[in-house]
Design a binder for this molecule. Structure first.
Ligand code: C5P
Length: 228
């Protein structure tokens, strides 16, 4: 089984590139950011005040625990149609709202939340979790912020995608489906918790500021080809 771990900041093109890479090789695809977004969406849905000066961490951890441990959340791992559902309801679009984007770092910054999500992510990556719609025979591409370093540091292929901040903000602004998203603000908050701005030992950096989608994808395809 080939595990491909891809990290990087917001707006770098991780999701589109990771999906295309998984599709190319017939691998499963796991969007770990979507899991943190689902956690934040659930907290908002449960009425937890994430704008409070000191949000109620116990309430957040309890809510997220119920979401993940009780199996309400299901990740669909098909890169052609990666869904996120909660109790059978498709929440893939809801978790991309501006409200979720601006609150997700509050939730993802809590160590006990990360602990829960990392365990859930490893279960998907190791093929132990029962994915909703896709079984990964030969490999999986997992993308996020701490996949190369914490979630799957022993992955066969480990990549850090980077691009200049202004390029990333412009890309995010051009995504019609995404709500308003201040990527610099989110990266600043996120980088206090996980380090994804510099490559760890053994991680290949791919800066795509000045290359297009296909060129980025070709580099990644090459890296996987070399590993299999
Ligand atoms: O990848 P995406 O931008 O959708 O991630 C949403 C948020 O989830 C990030 O801003 C970050 O707070 C959190 N995240 C994380 N660790 C990951 C993936 C995402 O903390 N592995």
């Amino acid at each position: 089984m080939i595990r491909v771990a891809i990290d990087g900041p917001a707006g770098v093109g991780k999701s589109s590139t990771s999906k295309a890479l998984a599709k190319h090789f017939g691998y499963a695809y796991l969007d770990t950011g979507a899991m943190y977004r689902a956690a934040a969406w659930w907290c908002l849905h449960e009425g937890i005040d994430l704008d409070a000066a000191t949000p109620d961490e116990d309430a957040i951890v309890t809510a997220v625990g119920a979401l993940f441990v009780d199996g309400h959340l299901e990740m669909g791992l098909d890169p052609q149609n990666p869904t996120v559902s909660c109790d059978g309801l498709d929440i893939s679009a809801d978790i991309r709202s501006a409200e979720v984007s601006s609150h997700v770092s509050v939730v993802s910054g809590i160590p006990a939340v990360r602990h829960l999500l990392i365990a859930a992510q490893r279960a998907y990556i190791d093929g132990e979790a029962d994915p909703e719609s896709f079984s990964h025979g030969s490999g999986i591409v997992a993308e996020g912020r701490d996949i190369t370093t914490v979630v799957a540091p022993d992955a066969e292929v480990r990549v850090l995608m980077t691009a200049r901040p202004e390029v990333r903000q412009a890309r995010r602004n051009s995504q019609a489906a995404a709500g308003a998203d201040d990527v610099a603000k989110r990266d600043k908050a996120d980088s206090k918790v996980t380090s994804f701005l510099e490559a760890a030992d053994g991680v290949v950096t791919v800066d795509n500021s000045d290359i297009d989608f296909q060129q980025t994808l070709d580099i990644l395809i090459n890296l996987v080809d070399t590993a299999i």
